[in-house]
Design a protein around this ligand. Structure first.
Ligand code: ATP
Ligand code: MG
Length: 229
């Protein structure tokens, strides 16, 4: 199987089973630099499993995942972790901010883990927080901000290392529609400004509306859907 020309990240014939139940059953995926692709589908259809495989967090039972032409499964664990730290960004349903760190420390954390000195890391963190309109919350801890604010902090954190791909699993799933739409607006604008590709898992069509293209997963199989223009 060859990946579509020009793709940054692609998957061919992915299979993954947990016990007797297949979570992925021949799923295919590809994304170009700067593209925002929504993975949609009913609960239990395999969306998160697909995202975790693409991000190198969960190994598939079979199939190929290529990132910049290199097979993820052929990489050593340390190499895959380094890739996740430096070239991938993550946003999850419940921001997963570290409760004991302030918001600016949370945003700076991926840079700190890469060895960036504190002041440089926090300066970069603050500029992303400004972009996401949460710089006023820099000294607060995650427990002291609203859900929508926390998700914007999490989005800032996903962007701070300048990743090539951002993986987002239901990033607005815990928010009301107004907050969710504002987060998606700021998120996609910021990602587009850095040419990061975004793999966005959602089951809400109003969230998927911020994508360039939708892929529907059903029973572990994927299908491309063209957007109506
Ligand atoms: N760690 C796990 N152990 C066992 N089974 C799992 C595990 N993770 C997922 N599954 C199963 O694999 C299938 C796909 O799960 P997955 O989490 O990918 O679905 P999803 O589309 O993300 O669902 P949701 O919309 O509810 O988040 C489901 O049948 C689920 O029960
Ligand atoms: Mg899921």
């Amino acid at each position: 199987m060859t990946p579509p020309a020009g793709s940054l990240l692609s998957a061919q014939q992915l299979r993954k089973a947990y016990g007797p139940t297949p979570a992925l059953d021949g799923a295919e995926f590809s994304i170009h630099p700067g593209e925002v692709v929504a993975i949609m589908g009913p609960s239990g259809s395999g969306k998160s499993t697909l995202l975790h495989c693409l991000a190198g967090i969960v190994p598939p039972d079979s199939g190929t995942i290529l990132y910049e032409g290199r097979e993820l499964s052929a990489m050593h664990d340390t190499e895959r972790s380094a890739l996740r730290r430096s070239e991938f960004g993550f946003v999850f349903q419940f921001g997963q901010l570290v409760p004991d760190l302030t918001c600016v420390e949370n945003v700076a954390l991926p840079l700190r883990l890469n060895g960036t000195p504190r002041r440089t890391a926090e300066r970069a963190a603050l500029s992303w927080m400004q972009r996401l309109e949460v710089d006023g919350l820099s000294g607060k801890r995650p427990g002291e901000v609203s859900g929508g604010q926390g998700q914007r902090v999490a989005v800032a954190r996903s962007l701070v290392t300048g990743p090539r791909v951002i993986f987002a699993d239901e990033p607005t799933g815990a928010l009301d529609s107004l907050n969710g739409e504002r987060v998606m607006e700021l998120f996609t604008e910021a990602a587009r400004s850095t040419n990061a590709a975004v793999v966005l898992v959602t089951h809400e069509s109003r969230v998927a509306a911020y994508s360039d293209r939708e892929v529907v997963v059903r029973d572990g199989k994927s299908r491309d859907v063209e957007h109506d223009v």
